[in-house]
Ligand binder design. Sequence first.
Ligand code: NAD
Length: 297
Amino acid sequence: MTAQIIDGKAFAEGLRGRVGTLAASFAAAAGRKAGLAVVLVGEDPASQVYVRNKGKQTLACGMESFEHRLSAETSEADLLALVDTLNADPAVDGILVQLPLPAHMDEQKVIAAIDPDKDVDGFHVINAGRLAVGLPGFVPCTPLGCVMLLKDRLGSLAGLDAVVIGRSNIVGKPMAQLLIQESCTVTVAHSRTKDLPEVVRRADIVVAAVGRPEMVKGEWIKPGATVIDVGINRVPAAEDGKTRLVGDVDFASASAVAGAITPVPGGVGPMTIAVLLRNTLVAAHRNAGIDLPQDAL
Ligand code: NAD
């Protein structure tokens, strides 16, 4: 079997298009654009790239982008004061503090300071709690993007066996919650799981969010399963000094067995920012008291 490729890049482009259309009607109705504030502390090169891309795509969707770049030496108190200012700013619908933060800052404390109704990353404990009990709230962008790709490919996920590898607060845990909401039978595997290949072999849906290059092998995959590879790992390429991106799944062997699979790059990666923009638009509608048609996004 040769797996169908799940084209996250194309799906994300479509989602950004829908966000752009609705952002224009929001601006007309509200008399202002939806706004996303992104805070970057320090000079982490990967974070700088993410923040630049977020800013560009926010503007391209017809939304306002407010970037705050702080030095790595900024005190936690100053960062918390900025978050307070953004919480109170009516032009700001969504606030994202780019992680990781420098070691002298307490990430949980900073996330807790964000108004949960502007927490478009969905990392605040209030939003994690809302997700756990099935209340509306903001859901972390990467796992929400994975579910969108899965539903687009499979339709209803009800009754399917899903294995999520990884239990981080950002990907693994919310992913498991979302799949439970979709009526999957969910297993969460992690670094202490016994016989991971056997656990993965039971799954109709495999979501790999581990951070280990090409760890999940084709012989672990049930024939026809749908494989969502969240991993982004930079590894040395064959050529001198060059690097390339690979996922947590060994694409060559897995794509020979799976029914469908996301590539890296071009699978889950592009979904994250597209969902962030979607969440920001949802926040803007709520903040302005304007209805957003159900299922518009
Ligand atoms: P993390 O390091 O916080 O969590 C990794 C998880 O993998 C842990 O729960 C751990 O228990 C589990 N794990 C580690 N070794 C394991 C093993 N040998 N067997 C089974 N489980 C094991 O990572 P994260 O933030 O969840 O990110 C995971 C991957 O997803 C990374 O490659 C990251 O770069 C990528 N990521 C991509 C996006 C995106 O936009 N596509 C967003 C977030 C994370």
